[in-house]
Design a protein around this ligand. Sequence first.
Ligand code: UD1
Length: 419
Amino acid sequence: MEKLQVIGARKLRGNIKISGSKNSSLPILAATLLSNKKIEISNLPKVRDIKTMLLLLSSLGAKIKQNSQYNSITIENSKNIKTFASYNLVKTMRAGILVLGPLLARFGEAKVSLPGGCAIGARPVDIHLKALSKLGVKYKIIQGYVHAKAPRGLIGNKIRFSKISVGATENLVIAACLAKGETTLYNCAIEPEIKDLINFLKKMGCNIKFSGKRIIKIKGTQNLQNVKYKIMFDRIEAGTYMIASFLTGGNLKICNVNPKIINTEIKILKKIGAKIKIKQNEINVSGKNEIKNIKLKTSPYPGFPTDLQAQLMVLLCKSNGQSVINEKIFENRFMHASELNRMGAKIKVFGNKAIIQGNIIFKPAELMATDLRASVSLVLAALTAKGKSIINRIYHLDRGYENIEKKLRNVGANIKRIS
Ligand code: UD1
């Protein structure tokens, strides 16, 4: 099994080009199932979750051509698409459930494996299913599969999500595009990736608009067209490298980003002492200053993202006092804390609250990655630890970070993949 070896205590300096967003690409790829037209998508990140989604679409019968760099594709979903998404492909990637909405919308039926539990929490799909049933879907869960049918096709409705959910908002926006009449979704997630999905769907011919805070209106249509679309930048990858720069006392230029989208992250990093200069498509982060302690909670966009919580925690271990992080999105997203403690951190977890002692000098260690963002937090800590750290189970990291060791090596890190 592959591992990462990091020899730490080097300042990172140089430019890092941010890849396309994984969390935008996944719903957009699923949404291609709505039409039989030719769709060209560029700026896909070369990460395992995208490979899995492409395998899932191929297993349904999509014709996919990848360019030589693999970051742009042409996809055609003919009339003969299958409506069965198997456990083997959905089990490794929760976003597999996003094919449910488009399959039901176009074909009136689907059998999709439940994604199951996940290390960071139970992560059910009840909100997706309840909302789809309001569009006329009847479903049963049999042996781990959702068997769903819309006998009279999907019919527009007014739906209020009981909780803000990124995936449920995406599934419903996609499904409602082909529903008869108008759908209004209330209490929607408004993550930038959802706006990217909506921009893609609109370019495809769908009729969608934001009409108020967390309200999305969709008028169904059958008139879809060929489309070319470029995926937005990965804001979590950008945030991770911004933290890496401040943490190592380095100076990184984070390129290919839209700073307006990550305003909250920029504000928080500035508040705790990072020196940040913003240009139109790049952000310069330097970290000579002292890191200040902070109290913070994660929340849906535009709040501080849960997907950057683990990385921020590493930074706060080196702050000048005690910090508190309140994880409001997932119930079990502090597994990195015990691994960081093995490196000398002093983090105490009480339910969804973590108390983080500052002024820590990380020591190198052999470590175990537990989920995608936890893995990268271990890489960050290892980058500051004097000596050799080994990170096991990096397949989690490969799900969402394109060429991480190459990008870090280019800016001065001593990091390599070993087996
Ligand atoms: C997406 C992101 C993930 C991010 C998360 C929150 C993708 C591919 N993944 O995940 O990186 O961490 O948003 O920003 O975009 N919930 C239910 N029932 C449901 C659906 C969700 O109880 O039917 C709960 C979840 O367990 C969680 C919360 O709602 O506690 C938010 O989850 P959700 O926003 O749906 O996250 P994902 O779409 O899975």
